[in-house]
Design a protein around this ligand. Structure first.
Ligand SMILES: O=C(O)C(=O)C[C@H](O)C(=O)CO
Ligand SMILES: [Zn+2]
Length: 300
């Protein structure tokens, strides 16, 4: 017989805190499909939605126990910010056993990795290899601050740090206007562009008039994934679908929010307008195309 632990009890045992520098760290346990089936709207949102990624002059991180993947945000406004080293990792420094992907989703900014400065324009990416000790973030103009969206996964070796600009991306056009899913996939931190241990990141831009991402939907038991939605106008939303293909649930998402997708779950969304999102994933392989597609008519 399955014993279902109430969500309130689970939350008390998680490792959530704000440190002296006002950096926020939150840890989320991994749940299986049987537990998720029983959840109501707020339980689903508490476990899978990451609502506040960017706060002025702070570093915010959420660690998911699906593959110990971290999604976070750094928003330097009045000062430079150093990446925090959450106690939860029990590491000498943040990237002692991890690799990091960064995509800037606002004003121009700079990331200094062990003394080397990389300027990141809107939608430009930076991969930082395991073993990098000091990472400093700043905005060029405090009136238009940078917002650095971060994804990090455990790493077993060091690969070179490298900036990936828009023109370096592997670009794939998918879908069509007639099925409302015409979109451009920009593969940024993937193994056709640069070597990584397990991290993959990219950005999908929906064309005007198209609203569906990742439809037909898929799962990939070998990898978990996190979607970060942005360029969602203030009065609009994206309805994100998760769950097993035959038992789906939805989470309404606002601009600059992220959602954790377990390896067993579909991850697809329909917006009330077009929008952009960043996908990031880690797990067993680096094969972007390793997806088990679900027939649209079989979704439940
Ligand atoms: O619109 C899409 O399709 C995607 O962006 C799919 C993601 O890249 C993905 O889920 C990769 O596994
Ligand atoms: Zn996927």
């Amino acid at each position: 017989m399955m014993i279902f632990v109430p969500i309130t009890t689970q939350l008390k045992t998680t490792n959530n805190y704000i440190d002296k520098m006002k950096n926020h760290f939150e840890s989320r346990h991994a749940l299986g499909p049987e537990e998720v089936k029983e959840m109501n709207t707020s339980q689903l949102r508490n476990k899978f939605l990451i609502e506040d990624l960017f706060k002025e002059d702070s570093v915010r991180m959420t660690l998911s126990h699906y593959d110990r993947y971290i999604a976070g945000g750094v928003m330097p406004v009045t000062k430079s910010l150093t990446i925090s080293n959450p106690e939860n990792l029990k590491a000498g420094y943040f990237l002692e056993r991890r690799e990091l992907g960064i995509i800037n989703v606002a004003g121009k900014g700079t990331v200094i990795a062990d003394g080397i400065a990389y300027e990141l324009e809107y939608k430009e990416a930076l991969y930082i290899g395991q073993g990098t000790k000091e990472i400093v973030f700043s905005s060029i103009d405090s009136k238009q601050p940078a917002k650095f969206y971060l994804n990090s996964a455990p790493a077993h070796r060091s690969f070179p740090t490298r900036k990936v600009s828009r023109t370096d991306a592997e670009v794939v056009e998918l879908g069509s206007a007639s099925s409302s899913n015409h979109r451009i996939i920009n593969k940024l931190i993937v193994n056709s562009i640069l070597p990584t241990c397990q991290l993959q990141m990219g950005m999908t831009e929906l064309k005007s008039g198209s609203v569906w991402n990742t439809m037909p939907a898929h799962v990939h038991d070998r990898r978990m994934e996190v979607y970060f939605y942005f360029e969602v106008p203030e009065d609009q939303s994206v309805c994100h679908f998760m769950g097993e293909p035959e038992e789906t649930r939805h989470i309404w998402i606002q601009n600059e929010q992220a959602v954790i997708s377990p390896n067993w779950s579909i991850h697809s969304g329909a917006g009330t307008t077009n929008y952009t999102f960043i996908w990031g994933m880690a797990g067993e392989n680096l094969d972007y195309g390793d997806m088990d597609h679900c027939a649209i008519t079989e979704l439940r």
